[in-house]
Design a protein. Structure first.
Length: 229
């Protein structure tokens, strides 16, 4: 049986259950209950667009915390834009899933094209989103990285490395739902993980934790960020 790492906090009543959240707003509200000691602290919520933004906003509001976004995007396979072989943050921090690269025989040209395309996308989103809300400095800050779920963990692993490169003094990850193996991998890379709904087993999809699940567009992200002004 899987053992919860010492630096992981979950809601035991939600373990291996699904669906357990109405939507991302409800997920963020429930997630905030795992972090009562952060209420009104100097910690900053850094949401991962797009799906992490409504979750992060709910957490920030529940706990009266500062809010920002940390832009990270998957580097996708040329023949499947839903599948990522790595991820990149707006500051250039990146990580490749070398096992997947080898298994799919991606050549250097394909990797370069995907890398260049992803870099352009994250820089555009970084500029777009921070025209709406001011960018918060992370140096010597406690940072709580928020996404709507933790599947492979590549996106959040890049977000953690990006926060480290920006000299954050304490890095936590907070997600409504996550696969136990990915939770464990991410926990080894940061100071604390909060995951309300940890699930085990061979099959895992973030959406299975939600009764209502839709993609979040860039336009919706901007609208949500405008509400934080």
């Amino acid at each position: 049986m899987w053992q919860l790492p010492a630096n992981v906090t979950e809601n035991p009543a939600l373990h291996n259950r699904g669906p357990v959240f109405d939507d991302r707003l409800d997920a963020g509200t429930q997630l905030a209950k795992l972090l009562p000691d952060r209420q009104g602290s100097d910690a900053i919520i850094c949401a991962i667009p797009a799906g992490g933004v409504p979750v992060g906003i709910a957490v920030a509001r529940e706990l009266a915390l500062r809010f920002d976004v940390l832009v990270v995007s998957k580097m996708t396979l040329p023949w499947n834009t839903e599948a990522g072989f790595g991820a990149m943050a707006a500051d250039g921090t990146s990580l490749l899933n070398q096992e997947l690269v080898d298994a799919t025989d991606l050549d250097n040209d394909a990797i370069t094209r995907a890398t260049d395309s992803t870099r352009a996308k994250v820089l555009r989103r970084e500029e777009h989103y921070h025209q709406v809300i001011p960018k918060q400095g992370l140096a010597n800050r406690e940072v709580i990285l928020v996404d709507d779920g933790l599947a492979s963990g590549f996106t959040l692993r890049v977000a953690i490395e990006s926060a480290k490169s920006q000299k954050a003094k304490h890095i936590a990850v907070a997600v409504p739902t996550g696969h136990s193996a990915s939770v464990e991998r991410v926990a080894a890379l940061c100071d604390q993980v909060y995951c309300a709904n940890v699930r085990e087993g061979m099959r895992f999809a973030v959406a299975d934790a939600y009764r209502e699940w839709t993609d979040v567009s860039e336009e919706e992200v901007v609208q949500l960020l405008e509400q934080m002004q």
